[in-house]
Design a protein around this ligand. Structure first.
Ligand code: ZN
Length: 255
């Protein structure tokens, strides 16, 4: 049976997500920004929390872990390179490791840049990816702990995922990201189409996620820094892709 996902808001603009295996009844929270919205989502779905899969150590992704762990005695799985900054960790994972939630099987893709060793969690059979704060829809996370070169390499790793993979990420930033992306690629038809779709979703008070990796590859400037037209658009024709990526990321920081 295919995995089921429930998406909900936490804190100011964080997404919480539950990943449920109907076969075994197991349910994982992908990150735990705060406990109460996770509890509410569990109650609505009628699911029991068995696991918390943590993408990275930031407090707005880990603040609910201790309370949820105390109540549900769930397993907490965290990136090996960041486990010291995450409460109540039971297991650590690194690049290429397998994560199981009942019968659902995922692979860990280490995507350094936003932090030193975050886990992006890819579930190939279910065509799902949870990218934390590494990749957003039409955006990417701030490069805080890693280098621009490392973040660009992380973008390339995620760009290699199949087009029909559904993308979930840590924040509802999509509309603001689109506004910025239009300053880079002013006449990208896929970007305009995504904007129209996102505006309809927001008008209907619905989340703008998931998107698909196909949509992101066509419209997310941070995944497109090695395309000649994107380098040209920022006045860097012929420059290394990581430098073009850095220029776009720096422009976004000032936007
Ligand atoms: Zn973060």
């Amino acid at each position: 049976m295919p995995a089921q996902v429930r998406l909900f808001m936490c804190l100011k603009d964080n997404f919480g997500a539950l990943l449920h295996d109907p076969g075994s009844g197991k349910t994982a929270a992908i990150d735990a920004p705060e406990a109460a919205p996770v509890e509410a989502a569990l109650k609505t779905a009628g699911w029991t929390l068995t696991d918390i899969l943590v993408t990275h150590h930031h407090g707005d992704h880990t603040g609910g872990i201790a309370e949820l762990k105390a109540r549900h005695r769930c397993r907490v799985v965290a990136p090996e390179g960041e486990a010291g900054g995450i409460p109540d960790v039971d297991e650590t994972v690194k690049e290429g490791d397998t994560v199981r939630v009942g019968g659902i099987e995922g692979k860990v893709i280490e995507t350094p840049g936003h932090t030193m060793a975050p886990s992006t969690l890819h579930f190939p059979a279910d065509k799902l990816v949870f990218a934390g704060d590494t990749l957003f829809s039409i955006g990417c996370g701030r490069v805080i702990e890693g280098s621009m070169e490392a973040m660009w390499q992380s973008m390339l790793k995620l760009r290699a995922l199949p087009d029909d993979t559904r993308l979930y990420c840590g924040h509802e930033y999509t509309l603001a990201n689109i506004k910025f992306a239009k300053t880079i690629e002013t006449d990208n038809a896929s970007l305009i189409a995504r904007e129209m779709h996102v505006q309809r979703l927001i008008a209907d008070k619905r989340p703008t996620l998931p998107s698909t990796m196909g949509e992101e590859k066509a419209a997310n400037p941070f995944l497109r820094a090695d395309l000649p037209e994107v380098a040209q658009a920022v006045g860097m024709a012929g420059a290394p892709a990581a430098d073009v990526f850095a220029e776009i990321r720096n422009r976004k920081n000032r936007f």
